[in-house]
Write a protein that binds this ligand. Sequence first.
Ligand SMILES: Nc1ncnc2c1ncn2[C@@H]1O[C@H](COP(=O)(O)OP(=O)(O)OP(=O)(O)O)[C@@H](O)[C@H]1O
Length: 207
Amino acid sequence: MGAGLTEVGGAVLEVRDLACLRVERAVIAGLSFRVAAGSAVLLTGANGAGKSTLLRLLAGLLRPAEGAILWRGEDVAADPGAHAARLRYLAHQDAVKPALTVAENLDFFARLWGGDVAPALAALGLEALAELPGRVLSSGQKRRLALARLALAPAPLWLLDEPTTGLDAASVERLRPLLAAHRAAGGIVLAATHIPLPIEDAEELRL
Ligand SMILES: Nc1ncnc2c1ncn2[C@@H]1O[C@H](COP(=O)(O)OP(=O)(O)OP(=O)(O)O)[C@@H](O)[C@H]1O
């Protein structure tokens, strides 16, 4: 674990003594760490180690059995709506609507979060696919569409579950400037991954 995960000064996100039970079994226990603005944390560990579980806890989709998640010193459970508004969670499944075109899929999220569809399409190289319905996309194309949501409008906390699964090398590289710009603006990214990601100076949190 890198020094940035334990530093007190400047921490924006803090996980304090977190525990999570799944089917009565502790998947995460006694987990504490802090993340400063602009930091990237790679969650690593064996299959079943709890990486997706931690991301779902941080996204407010699972409730901790013990401990707390704090944002700028406030327990996120005190205002779930505010927490949901500050984060982008990219799950294993891409949640692409099959009947909508690629552009319409992005527009759905642009209406929720703001931002423009055209630059988000361009960020992931999706311009030529804009009018195709979601149902005909390949798995890598669906992943790119899910990732394009990140380019719509800023949010300070990105939670990415194996973001590069199924991506070709060029698409992986497209994430580099997206991640760098997010961090340069003070954003935090936590990404579960089994392979190296295009992120400079990331901390590793091994579960
Ligand atoms: N919906 C669920 N209900 C009950 N147990 C679950 C559920 N999802 C995951 N688990 C259990 O929680 C543990 C951690 O799973 P998790 O998906 O967080 O691991 P992971 O580190 O992300 O694994 P992988 O590298 O395979 O993606 C596993 O033992 C798994 O069986």
